[in-house]
Design a protein. Structure first.
Length: 256
């Protein structure tokens, strides 16, 4: 029984290293090209083209501001030729695509009174890279969650959140994160958890001081190799300290 405090220290040490982010798909690496162009089609939108472009630009700016990733997002200057019908048909080639839908039921059973925006498709190739995805904004007339009914800050939040899904992020268990499943704030701000999640998908190479690993769809993320090395050093120090503080008996005594 005398070893319980020491075992608790070890458990606490490793549990504190976990993250709350998740990734979309089975084992995705994000998009193959880290310099990604977003295509925006304003058809059907209940806000102006200028405002829609501005919302997308603000979301792009937020995701581009992560120093630990080589991801670079840009928006195509001209409106996309592909739109809502092409996206639903699976024939869109301008990807990732941002569209507005005036009938969310075209995408299945989608509650237009509660769904502000969504990512209906997230297709990967055999290597785990995203090949077909985009986000749909609610432009259904009379719907409670229709885009123009939101405050400006809430619109930014919706576009930024859904863009995170398009990039490959799932929902986060951190209530303060942009990728939290519930939109519980009215401004666009990435937390460290959001940054850590996308950095796993688009890591800088080792010469930039960042080491990435493959994405995994789980609530607690896999640790990068640097963190593992630090963990092992920390565990060794805890073992040394534990033997001195708690006077641990030889391991063979647990066999009695």
């Amino acid at each position: 029984m005398k070893n319980k405090p020491f075992l608790f220290l070890i458990a606490f040490f490793f549990s504190s290293l976990g993250n709350a982010w998740t990734h979309q798909g089975s084992n995705t690496f994000g998009w193959r090209n880290e310099k990604l162009t977003l295509y925006v089609n304003p058809t059907n939108c209940t806000i102006s083209q200028e405002e829609l472009f501005d919302l997308v630009d603000r979301a792009i700016s937020a995701w581009n501001g992560i120093p630990s990733t080589k991801l670079e997002l840009v928006r195509a200057s001209a409106p996309a030729l592909d739109g809502d019908p092409e996206f639903r048909a699976g024939t869109a080639t301008q990807l990732p695509l941002v569209v507005c839908s005036n009938n969310l039921n075209d995408y299945g059973s989608v509650d237009a009174d509660s769904i502000l925006g969504f990512v209906p498709y997230f297709q990967e190739d055999s290597d785990g890279y995203v090949v077909y995805s985009g986000l749909v904004l609610n432009a259904q007339p009379g719907a409670l969650a229709e885009l123009s009914q939101l405050e400006p800050g809430e619109r930014e939040l919706v576009v930024g959140h859904e863009l995170g899904h398009v990039l490959g992020l799932g929902h986060s268990g951190d209530p303060s994160a942009l990728m939290y499943f519930q939109l519980n704030k009215n401004f666009l701000l990435l937390t460290q958890d959001d940054q850590d999640g996308v950095a796993q998908l688009y890591p800088k190479n080792v010469f930039d001081g960042i080491v990435g690993c493959s994405a995994s769809h789980q609530v607690t993320s896999e640790l990068p190799r640097t963190a593992i090395a630090i963990s092992l050093i920390g565990l060794a120090l805890l073992l040394i300290a534990g033997r001195w503080i708690f006077k641990i008996e030889p391991l063979r005594e647990f066999e009695e």
